[in-house]
Design a protein around this ligand. Structure first.
Ligand code: URA
Length: 238
């Protein structure tokens, strides 16, 4: 079949999006950049990749999971249960992986898919995917806290962060609650930001990611994205 048909079938994106990927040399066949979108390919015999991820032809699946604390955001792990272990055998597919990571002790929304290139696209810094976290800390978030986060936190090691929006929900001397919205995804970012302010995160839960919300999905449960939501996901290929 033609390469463009193959990519359409694999839900890689709109025709326009696929053209852009082709021009950017993000599409490869057996390790070589694709020559033309009309070239004939056989996905059973050839390794077709977009942005370094294998294209799966069966049609991609997309699950929104409420990760419990204690479960790791990985495909396999020697010691701990993974987010992929929470997908039932009938919903499981070859190539499922979590888009981005939450720490083992963090709870909340994780997007799981077998659309290989999606993770690369959503996590690319140019896309500024918004994340919202609910946070509990072991200290006081004083009046100046919102300003501190809005002006761009500097980690204790000197790393600079972009501005983040803090909404304080409850404050006392030894305990405060808040939500924080940010567009970056640095390692342990939320914990390090609060540490820079001078408090320790005692509970962390991701409430929203890239336009998706956890809503009332039970801890440990997952659901398939609706077709409108899949259309939204594919806009990350724009
Ligand atoms: N920030 C953190 O510190 N941990 C997470 O799991 C996610 C964001």
């Amino acid at each position: 079949m033609r390469l463009d048909k193959c990519l359409e079938k694999a839900q890689i994106g709109s025709r326009k999006q696929v053209k852009k990927l082709f021009k950017a040399q993000q599409i490869s066949i057996d390790g070589q950049p694709a020559r033309s979108l009309s070239q004939i390919v056989d996905p059973d015999l050839q390794d077709i990749q977009v942005s370094g991820r294998k294209v799966e032809l069966e049609g991609s699946v997309y699950y929104l999971l409420h990760k419990p604390a204690g479960v790791v955001s990985a495909v396999t792990d020697q010691e701990h249960q993974t987010v992929i272990d929470l997908i039932s055998p009938q919903d499981s597919r070859e190539g499922l992986y979590p888009v981005g990571r939450l720490d083992r002790d963090t709870e909340g929304l994780v997007l799981i898919t077998n659309n290989g290139p999606l993770g690369y696209r959503m996590l690319h810094p140019s896309h500024h995917v918004d994340k919202v976290y609910y946070v509990e800390v072991n200290g006081c978030l004083a009046e100046d806290a919102s300003k501190f986060f809005a002006s761009g936190v500097t980690f204790l090691d000197g790393t600079r962060c972009q501005p983040a929006e803090l909404t304080i929900l409850e404050v006392s001397l030894g305990y405060s609650r808040a939500t924080i919205q940010l567009a970056e995804g640095k390692f342990h970012q939320v914990k390090k930001m609060f540490l820079a302010y001078g408090v320790k995160v005692t509970y962390l839960k991701r409430m929203a990611f890239g336009g998706f919300e956890l809503g009332d999905l039970e801890c440990g449960a997952y659901r398939e994205l609706t077709s409108d939501e899949i259309q939204h996901v594919l806009t990350y290929f724009d």
